[in-house]
Design a protein around this ligand. Sequence first.
Ligand code: MF3
Ligand code: CO
Length: 248
Amino acid sequence: MIILKSKTEIAAMREAGRVVAQAHQIVAENIRPGVTSKYLDQLVEEFFVSQGAIPAFKDYQGYPASICTSVNEIVVHGIPNDIPFEEGWIVSVDIGAFVDGFCGDSAWTYPVGVIDTDIQKLLEVTKESLFRGIDKAVIGNRLSDISHEIQTFVESNGFSVVRDFVGHGIGRSMHESPQIPNFGIPGRGPRLKEGMTLAIEPMVNVGGYHVEVLPDNWTTVTVDRSWSAHFEHTVAVTAEGPQILTVI
Ligand code: MF3
Ligand code: CO
């Protein structure tokens, strides 16, 4: 069952989204060679405490940190650690928080210093696929219209979309119905209605789409160890069109 939100509830979700976006701003200002993912995790957790926000990921199914930091060939769910970032790396930072009972969820892939041009293209294509997907989140479309748009844009640029992880509805829980694959044929799935709130999150690989989970049961890497990017926004379907909630 897809839970539709009232305008008041969407306004509350925008507050959670704003705190998540501000946390991303802190990450953007602090990420550079020599910084560790654990340090970024601490900065975000302290910021959440200062805002009265609750980290959505910490203790979720035993996850041990407030953010996910997925470096290079790590696709998602990288656990913050003490390894200093190096120039040329990419770090996908996924952040979620609850504010007044509603969740915001957003991911962004950050370059560390100067990166290769083909990796720069990976980031640009993944980000644009997210915004193209968001543009399809309009009343009357079907869910897989979002999925199809993301897949066709990504694949037309020579990259692949991950199959094993998907976007999701979001609200009072981080994960609500429906699941939102980043691939599929158009015109399938539920019709999009006013008040749906969706976390759309393409994960895109330079090489093949297959991924595997490492023995820590979280860290998810590409099978071919090609690098991967991840961009995510929490979005509301409204009469005025799609509204991105994870913005300042
Ligand atoms: N953005 C991810 C998701 O939507 C974050 C989950 S990380 C976890 O599922 F640690 F909380 F699992
Ligand atoms: Co998500």
